[in-house]
Ligand binder design. Structure first.
Ligand code: SF4
Length: 178
């Protein structure tokens, strides 16, 4: 197990003291830098910055940051959710550490696709079946990992097969970490 001990702090970010959103920070006693390339290889949409020994990731609208001695989650709805998110991330790190022999580490920095790049591959009919008013709003939420490709039923028609394959290659879809 890589992370055995940590101190957990849940707070409202100081830049926004009256906000309804919460952040959580785990201060670690172990250096987790070594696991970051493995997380980079397995977390879709993660952005790894080797020179800063940092990896950022969006999961369900939450902003996640992994550093050598810290893991942070922000933009979480409530205090309990922030604590649960952090504990899930610590489990994710420990599980990835245990599986590292099966993973090829990725030391590159991948860029997230822009909403416009994603929009160009959508049906662009604004049919609202995804629950969003426009395809562009859907594209925006897809890049923030707040929606999944499966939320757009028309995309699975045969006429969009090529575009769907292109989207599957670039889009951020957060895996479950619980
Ligand atoms: S379901 Fe797909 S095609 Fe329809 S509005 Fe949403 S993104 Fe656009």
């Amino acid at each position: 197990m890589l992370i055995e001990h940590y101190d957990l702090e849940v707070f409202t970010p100081p830049c926004d003291p009256g906000a309804e959103r919460y952040a959580a920070l785990a201060r670690l006693t172990a250096d987790i830098s070594e696991i970051l390339p493995y997380l980079n290889a397995t977390l879709r949409g993660a952005v790894y910055l080797p020179e800063a020994q940092a990896l950022t990731w969006k999961k369900g609208g939450h902003n996640i940051a992994f550093h050598a001695y810290e893991i942070a989650a922000s933009n979480v709805e409530d205090r309990e959710g922030a604590e649960k998110e952090l504990k899930g991330l610590i489990d994710l790190v420990n599980r990835t550490w245990e599986r590292r022999a099966e993973i090829t580490p990725d030391h590159t920095t991948r860029q997230r696709p822009t909403p416009m790049a994603v929009y160009r591959l959508l049906p662009q009919t604004n049919c609202k079946q995804c629950g969003e008013p426009t395809c562009y709003t859907f594209a925006f939420k897809l890049t923030a990992a707040q929606k999944k490709l499966a939320d757009c039923p028309p995309l699975f028609g045969p006429q969009f097969a090529e575009k769907l394959a292109a989207l599957e290659a670039i889009v951020i879809e957060a895996p479950a970490i619980g």
